[in-house]
Design a protein around this ligand. Structure first.
Ligand SMILES: Nc1ncnc2c1ncn2[C@@H]1O[C@H](COP(=O)(O)OP(=O)(O)OP(=O)(O)O)[C@@H](O)[C@H]1O
Ligand SMILES: [Mg+2]
Length: 238
């Protein structure tokens, strides 16, 4: 059974049909990507899963439970956690304080939280070196790492990311994607990655969907879509 399955998801903003009845599924333990150009409806899809925009139609089932009508905080407490967009960390708090805040929904005590902060530091050594530094003074790449680390502190079962590569240098993007792969492989964390960086996203993901004008137009394994002439022409500049 899929960890998350979506049927007929439709989101409108007034007269704008942003997402037009899409179906997709996320398999447990896999990295799935949703790629597409500006305005395709990627962020809207993620916000709909997190309960942050109103669905005009469609069903979302997470781990066997219908969450289509659930409030955002209920969805997070079930384990569906979105990395803060635009790496919106709390700039006047330190790296460590940001990570502690990521655990605010947990009830499992200070020792478990402290252990998980150490775990995030092992995944992102640059954050460990900067534990007491204010988040606002981190580089863009470090802020993205912190945003991911903070989401991990909520103990997600499904991690949603909206364009973590945005505005970052290729080497930093590779570093972040490698770490996502490590977390996925070592911990079996299911990841849903929305990206405009089509090439890197398809390399990383086992399964991929291409979104155009609110519709899924192609799907397959990451490798299949990397080799697909339509993907190459439209997104890889071949
Ligand atoms: N709050 C809003 N009000 C009205 N229209 C919106 C709103 N948010 C998004 N849209 C429109 O919905 C469509 C999908 O937008 P969305 O942000 O989901 O695209 P995206 O694929 O995430 O694009 P990008 O890659 O640029 O982030 C676009 O046409 C956009 O203009
Ligand atoms: Mg977007």
């Amino acid at each position: 059974m899929s960890l998350l399955s979506v049927r007929g998801l439709t989101v409108n903003y007034g007269h704008v049909e942003a997402v037009r009845g899409i179906d997709f599924a996320l398999e447990a333990g896999q990295i799935t990507t949703l790629v597409g150009a500006n305005g395709a409806g990627k962020s809207t899809t993620l916000m709909a899963l997190s309960g942050l925009v109103k669905k005009a139609a469609g069903g979302v089932v997470f781990d066997g439970q219908d969450i289509s009508m659930s409030a955002p905080h209920r969805i997070v407490s079930r384990g569906l956690v979105q990395v803060a967009e635009g790496r919106a960390t709390l700039t006047t708090l330190s790296v460590r304080e940001n990570l502690e805040l990521g655990a605010y929904t947990r009830r499992d005590g200070a020792a478990a939280r402290a252990r998980d902060i150490e775990h995030v530091f092992s995944l992102f050594p640059r954050l460990a070196e900067r534990a007491t530094q204010l988040a606002g003074s981190l580089s863009g790449g470090e802020q993205q790492m912190l945003a991911i680390g903070r989401a991990l502190m909520a103990k997600p079962r499904l991690l949603l990311l909206d364009e973590p590569s945005m505005g970052l240098a290729p080497l930093i993007v590779q570093d972040i994607f490698r770490t996502l792969k490590r977390i996925n492989e070592a911990e079996g964390l299911t990841i849903f990655l929305v990206e405009q960086n089509v090439k890197q996203a398809l390399k990383l993901a086992q399964r991929a969907y291409v979104l155009e004008n609110g519709r899924i137009v192609l799907q397959g394994s990451g490798t299949e879509l990397l080799g697909d002439p339509r993907v190459q022409a439209a997104y890889l500049g071949h």
